[in-house]
Design a protein around this ligand. Sequence first.
Ligand code: ADP
Ligand code: MG
Length: 432
Amino acid sequence: MINNNNIWQKCLEELSSTLTEKDMRVWIKPLKVEHDTNEIKLYAPNKFVKEEVEKNFFNKILSTLGGMNADILVTLNIGANFRKREVARDLPVGFKTNLNKEMTFDTFVEGKSNQLAKAACLSVIKEPGILNPLYVYGGVGLGKTHLLHSIGNQLSSENKKVVYLHSEKFVQNMVTALRNNQMEEFKKFYRNLDVLLLDDMQFFAGKERSQEEFFHTFNALFENKKQVVLTCDRYPKEVSGLEDRIKSRLVWGMNVSIDPPDLETRVAILQTKAEMLDMPITTDVAFFIAKNINSNVRELEGNLRRVIATSRFKKCTISLEFTKETLADLLSLNQRMITIEQIQKITASYYKIRVSDILSSKRDKKNTLPRHVAMALCKELTNNSLPTIGDMFGGRDHTTVLHANKKIIKLKKEDPQVAQDINNIIHVLNNG
Ligand code: ADP
Ligand code: MG
């Protein structure tokens, strides 16, 4: 016969055999329990935990207790005198900047594609709080994180309280704080910063509670003229699942895009990185690698490291031949990056119109559909930012590109012919 005192203990054991370790740790174990003769009172540390438990686990708890033949009433409330835990281990109590010392402005190679973004970041370190928030956006591996750390390293050397944080970590810290009933500390921590560097904001999409907390944090910093710098993989308006009031705040600050670097910049980046790795490379080798990898600095760097590591291992110098050999698989895979121009050309010829018609402002259906298809493909298949794509379509605004893309997504669902046409065009783009 189970008595009330250990009934919850037994229930926990049962639950842990069906729930994941994480669910147990995050949601179930933080519940405090009080036993009465025929009642078990569960207390959640706060509203957030209570609601989550109610939604996801309460039935399970009831059926588990039911299965144990326990004829007992179970209630779930927020604990009024819920005791605080002494330490929140994963909450940033001590001061951690999370900065990577190697990512500085000195090691950031400037080119046309990132000039504006870099200039904006430099102006932030000169006069923090003026360009606020600064929002840097662009595709993967183009240097957004590098710029955030560069700002952080500089300002932290000037004794500013700086924190770099990936958005996912912000969310995690918040959940931990909620769970441990330490939201006050959480808020205080972020609101006392001089500079908040928040990376990859797209991770906030759909996370309402985190967005709300971020919004308050952001406003508090903003009102005190403290600097916030954010990065994201796309333009604010494009992040679906992001609240409108946040979007408008972001649009209202300073937005700069980073685009894929051009050939000369890629060469310069390779040479800089090679020197940093103590293994300078010749210009022809740099050009060869840069020509074959033309979208993403991270890949550029990865392949350079591969060439250098292989040369060290085989103890041979890095000649052009050696580089070609080492990267042979990459070249046979033929990472043909699709460009905006190719998309315009192939789309025009598919619809039997001229590229100049695609770029023109002709508004008849014969020209608008191909134009929208081409814009949507540029958005989906290249790593270019919306403003760049807009520019390349006869100086159109980035919102036009967004609009075209939305339209095509809708049309693809409604009209099988359009979907088929697009697939055909993509096929030609991929197979030449
Ligand atoms: P993102 O955050 O945009 O995905 P990262 O900042 O992580 O990209 O950059 C990927 C890698 O490329 C990093 O190692 C970074 O140092 C390097 N990198 C990107 N852009 C540059 C640049 N302009 N000069 C030097 N290194 C760069
Ligand atoms: Mg990044």
